[in-house]
Design a protein around this ligand. Structure first.
Ligand code: ADP
Ligand code: MG
Length: 379
């Protein structure tokens, strides 16, 4: 791999890392002011960064070598001016400058082992690592939640990709050995211990390798339906529909599709509450059925799953997994599977066999170990 010094002719001033994530439960709740429960993966995006006298932002990613170093004028970062992968880190510099922070020239080399486009938030890892590096290098002192907000604005407003705050908050704020219980309304958060090893559990990630083309349009469509549902019920967001009052609320909605969308969001919030309560009580072993119920809700009510994700869930649960669900936005990407430690291999094999049995490309299976959020690394 190319070294920072070879590329830019100077040693980096520092090295930073930000992880990808999986969401244990709480899907499509983050743009409904709801609850989510992500954990950081051991997979990270790293940035080696040097401050330079030039007023340019030079970016290179080991994952996008063909794009070469992208060389941007720091003082001419405007919405729409940068396309492709560089829009994510450039968007971070743009958002910080919009907030009035004074940045200087920068040379950045990225490298990553977060699978790209697999629903594991490589985009958030890229943004958050940039935000943390810039905050440290220019003495901005931004707290993790502020880094996440800047990263989200980079993705939404500069790169033009609509997304909630879940991914960036997970990458910025998670801690090792925990899931992050996050209230996306006020960014209230609590680290909930997830002692899988002690309970003889493993959490597997199955990256299906599939990405269905209509994902982005469908995501925007679901968001719009949720807003319509909230307006029809006279609440600021669907998180304000109480679980206990769900049946009554559904009778006030004009059509069946809207009823199903609302039911997913409200029941999913409730599942987050129940999973985090079980984890608090040291009963991680019992969360499996809630994960699988969450998948059924995403598949049937929210309609964001796909045959490959369904295949992971049905195969894994038939093979004895405690629970399984898609994670991330859906229409491809990854699923998670909670298994007994000694069933790890058999479950992984059952999923691989099922995929090859129907002629799918074999998925990538690896373990999700709850890891640290963004941090500065020793050089
Ligand atoms: P996910 O965040 O689930 O991996 P996204 O579609 O949100 O999927 O983000 C993937 C995009 O983020 C890539 O197409 C690329 O533009 C950018 N990206 C992510 N990681 C890297 C990286 N290491 N180097 C360059 N670009 C990256
Ligand atoms: Mg992303």
């Amino acid at each position: 791999m190319v070294r920072h010094e070879e590329l830019y002719g100077a040693e980096p001033d520092g090295l930073w890392a930000a992880p990808g994530r999986v969401n244990l439960i709480g899907e499509h709740t983050d743009y409904n002011d709801g609850l989510v429960l992500p954990l950081a993966l051991p997979h990270t995006t790293r940035a080696a960064v040097s401050r330079r006298a030039h007023r340019r932002l030079r970016l290179y990613s080991a994952q996008m070598p063909a794009a070469g170093p992208v060389d941007l004028d720091l003082d001419a970062l405007t919405v729409g001016a940068v396309t492709g992968w560089a829009a994510y880190p450039a968007g971070v510099a743009w958002a910080l400058r919009e907030d009035g922070h004074d940045l200087g020239g920068l040379d950045i080399l990225f490298d990553s082992d977060v699978p790209v486009g697999a629903g594991l938030s490589s985009s958030a890892a890229l943004e958050v690592v940039t935000a943390l590096a810039l905050s440290d290098l220019f003495g901005l002192g931004l707290a993790p939640d502020a880094l996440a907000r800047v990263a989200q604005r980079a993705e939404n407003d500069f790169a033009g990709v609509p997304s909630g705050i879940l991914d960036q908050m997970a990458s910025a704020c998670c801690t090792a050995g925990h899931v992050l219980r996050l209230d996306t309304r006020d960014l209230g958060m609590r680290q909930v211990p997830f002692a899988m090893a002690r309970e003889g559990l493993r959490l597997l990630v199955v990256d299906t390798g599939v990405r269905h083309a209509h994902a982005e349009g469908a995501y925007a469509g679901r968001r719009a339906e949720c807003e319509t549902g909230a307006a029809a019920l006279g609440v600021p967001a669907l998180r304000d529909v109480p679980y206990e009052g769900l049946d009554e609320a559904l009778t006030r909605l004009p059509d069946e599709t809207l009823r199903r969308r609302v039911r997913h969001v409200v029941t999913e919030n409730h599942r987050v509450e129940r999973v985090s309560a079980l984890l608090d009580a040291g009963r991680a072993r019992e969360i499996g059925p809630l994960l699988t119920a969450g998948h059924a809700s995403l598949r049937d009510d929210f309609e964001v799953s796909c045959p490959e994700l369904d295949l992971v869930v049905t195969t894994a649960t038939s093979a004895g997994a405690l629970g399984a669900r898609m994670t991330g936005g859906g229409f491809g990407g990854s699923a998670i599977v909670l298994v007994d430690a000694d069933a790890t291999e058999a479950t992984g094999k059952a999923v691989l066999d099922a995929f090859t049995g129907v002629g799918h490309h074999p998925p990538r299976v690896f373990e999700a170990i709850p890891s640290s959020g963004a941090q500065r690394l020793p050089m």
